[in-house]
Design a binder for this molecule. Structure first.
Ligand code: 3EB
Length: 330
């Protein structure tokens, strides 16, 4: 008879998903913990550190003081720099981040192209080749009309810089507008030695199949990503999109309800139990600061006890007022 212990040893160890939490703590304390893969502060007042694991996200948090976001892994963490990329690795995971000044690259399109080319170049040096989740924060995302809107220029540059980087499958993603007057494009990612399972939303057209009206270059992202060990679902930026159309234009509460329906659909498609809990860190991007109290009220009622960080961010379609992304652990 096969012993249980032999059985376990025969299983290839899949890397356990980094633990993502929000915490009120000094940055130095978070960085001093040896299992810290990355630490994020939010907004202009957030603490700064030269450590490659530390990133100040250019989005203001509606809660003051704002917490830090911590990513913690099992195993020792090493870190460094590779050209414009700051990175860390540990436990089978890689964090990589790049901040590009648009002015140095002729605008948002060039900055996106260079940023993605830099990330792709760095990832080529790693064993953790599977990019499972990526975040993009872009200044003045809705400025410009039609195909010249800055989000669409970003999509063009992103595709050019990516080349065939995501040929084996798109990661889950977020693309949100920030209000920092420095024209800085911020991109960071989480990659693994093992592949995840992309999840689409049956209520929505897959983003890479969006019709032409949304731009020359369709955004390439999966609606969610089931992590290799099936211990967590990474959820992409999710808004009130049904089919490919924006729903409930001008109605904040209806958009929020539609977004929550989309989130529940992702959980059920990933065969996860319904609902979010105290270990499901979410980010809620709110376009108009004046809407934040109402969004908070609704979410306290609909998602009681769920750590939801409210941030001032613009959704990439100007009629959309709110977007949610985050993590759901098993
Ligand atoms: C949507 O559902 C909203 O361009 O990477 C969400 C997540 C959105 C990621 C991206 C865009 C992106 O289409 C927009």
């Amino acid at each position: 008879m096969v012993q249980a212990s032999e059985n376990l040893q025969a299983q290839p160890a899949l890397p356990r998903t980094p633990r993502v939490t929000y915490r009120m703590a000094p940055l130095a304390e978070a960085l001093a913990e040896p299992d810290t893969l990355a630490v994020f502060g939010f907004g202009a007042g957030s603490p700064q550190d030269d450590d490659p694991r530390s990133l100040c996200v250019a989005l203001e948090c509606f809660d003051a003081p704002s917490p830090l976001e911590l990513w913690q892994v099992e195993g020792e963490v090493t870190s460094g720099r590779h050209g414009d990329v700051r990175w860390s690795s540990g436990g089978g995971w890689v964090f990589a981040a790049v901040e590009m000044n648009e002015n140095a690259h002729g605008g948002i399109e060039g900055a996106a192209r260079e940023a993605y080319a830099a990330l792709r170049d760095f990832m080529g040096t790693r064993r953790e080749r599977n990019v499972l989740r990526i975040w993009n924060y872009i200044g003045d995302i809705n400025e410009g009309d039609g195909d010249t809107e800055r989000y669409k220029q970003f999509c063009d540059g992103r595709a050019a810089g990516l080349g065939d980087f995501f040929a084996e499958g798109f990661p889950a993603a977020t693309a949100i507008g920030h209000h920092d007057t420095k024209r800085a494009l911020q991109i960071y990612l989480l990659a693994s030695i093992d592949a995840g399972t992309p999840i689409e939303n049956p209520r929505q057209v897959s983003a890479w199949r969006y019709p032409r009206q949304y731009g020359r270059t369709s955004p390439g992202f999966a609606r969610a990503m089931l992590m290799p060990a099936h211990d967590a679902l990474a959820i992409s930026g999710t808004a009130a999109v049904v089919g490919h159309a924006s729903a409930h234009e001008g109605d904040l509460e209806a958009q929020l309800n539609e977004t929550l329906t989309n989130l529940e659909t992702l959980l059920s498609t990933a065969e996860m139990a319904a609902g979010f809990d105290t270990h499901s860190p979410l980010k809620v991007y709110v376009r108009h600061a004046t809407d934040a109290p109402r969004v908070r009220d609704i979410l306290q009622h609909r998602l009681p006890g769920v750590p939801a960080l409210l941030m001032h961010g613009d959704v990439c379609r100007r009629e959309l007022l709110v977007e949610i992304d985050g993590w759901r652990y098993v």
